[in-house]
Each structure stands twice: as C-alpha cells, then as structure tokens.
Design a protein around this ligand. Structure first.
Ligand SMILES: [Fe+2]
Length: 223
C-alpha cells in the first residue's frame, strides 16, 4: 500500500486532486489503530511564515502559476492524513506548508540570501481536506539552512480552533540530533513521530521521492 507511489506517475498538475481521490480507498479504516496513536507534538511556527503570500497557493509548490520552469530540488510527494484524537479523519481542515527553497531561502523578507531565492519555487501551499482527512503536496525535499536541520513547516487551521503548528523532518538526516527545535520535543516517541522517510518512488525516472506524515490532533470535532 503506497498511495504516494500511485500518485507519482507523470500527470498534468490539474489532475492532482483526482488522483488523490483514487488513493483514498487504500487507506485503513478510520480509528483502526487508535490505541497506537501518538498525538503530534506542537512546534514553533518559526519566523518565516510568508510575510506576503504568493499569488499561487495551490498544492503544487514546484510550479508557480503556469510557469514552464520547475523549482530546483528533489521532487517530493508529501502526503498524509489529518486525524482527530480518536484516529478518525478530520475534514475541512486547512493544511498549510512552507519551507525554504533548495538554496535555503524562505519566501520572507527577513530570510538570508533573499536575492538568490529560486523564483520558480512557490515556498508555500495549501490543501483543504475532504472526508478522508488526506492532504497532498508536490514540493521539494527540504534542505538545511544555518542553524536548522532540514524540515517542512505545517499549520493546521480548523474552524473554532487555534492554529496548530508543527514541523516534519527527514529520517536518517545526520543533523537531526543537533537540531534545537527537534530536540525540544522531550518525549522520544513524540519526537520520532515527526521524522519520516523520504523514500524513492519506485520506477520514477525523475528520481522523485515520497514522504507520508500523518498529523494527530488533540481534539475530536463535533459531529
Ligand atoms: Fe524553518
């Protein structure tokens, strides 16, 4: 079972959402593993949430609007589910991600080296979950910048709730052990839950990667 692999076939970007619905049926029954759930630890939003949102805020971060030039970096299909405290999917959650480009530059005026920013990298994307709680982005594998191990920032917004922010990391990345934000998660299981494999997509000629990061919220929406 590997939905991101199914999603990673070369397709025009307008078909992303269609492909996602195909993958939905492959996910496990809601609530099946509720006992094993680890609530995703909240982590700092950090200083680089875009100070001016891009005009294009869709779930494909490697193409800005209808540009013919892709972002520089290792293309990664980043997917997962937004789950409630019982392990059931949360619908109508807005998932936002932001990260630096392949040169370590954020979509933010305070970012170092902003003159070198990759103009073809969107830097930010949004996805509204449906009944399966799934989200999907096409982005790049995050890179390190001074003081931080590679990571992708997440914000989850849900009506009536405070914004929830966290970060996702690459399994096997040697700098993880020295990262202050990641080490700030005191509980070892909670810390491990935000570190995921960025694995090669089988038969991808372009060398694409897939990463799956489920986010378990600390509440259950009212029915
Ligand atoms: Fe960051």
């Amino acid at each position: 079972m590997n939905p991101p692999a199914l999603l990673a076939l070369p397709e025009p970007r307008r078909r992303f959402l269609t492909r996602l619905s195909c993958a939905t049926a492959l996910f496990a029954a809601p609530g099946a593993f509720a006992e094993a759930l680890i609530r995703t630890p909240e982590q700092t939003e950090g200083p680089f949430y875009p100070d001016k949102l891009p005009l294009d805020t869709d779930n494909d971060l490697i193409i800005v609007n209808d540009s013919l030039t892709s972002a520089i970096g290792d293309i990664t299909w980043l997917s997962g589910r937004i789950l409630d405290a019982k392990g059931d999917p949360i619908r109508n959650a807005t998932v936002e991600i932001w990260q630096c480009d392949n040169r370590g530059v954020y979509l933010h005026n305070g970012s170092d080296n902003k003159a070198k920013r990759d103009a073809n990298f969107q830097g930010f994307g949004r996805f509204l979950t449906g009944s399966s709680g799934e989200y999907l982005f096409r982005t790049i594998k995050p890179v390190a910048y001074p003081g931080r191990t590679p990571h992708i920032h997440f914000a989850i917004k849900f009506k009536g709730r405070d914004k929830f922010t966290t970060q996702c990391y690459i399994q096997g990345e040697p700098q993880n052990d020295r990262d202050g934000v990641l080490r700030g998660i005191a509980d070892a299981k909670a810390r491990a839950s935000v570190i995921v494999p960025f694995a090669p997509v089988k038969n991808s000629k372009a060398g694409e990667l897939a990463a799956k990061f489920d986010i378990v919220m600390g509440f259950t929406p009212e029915a």
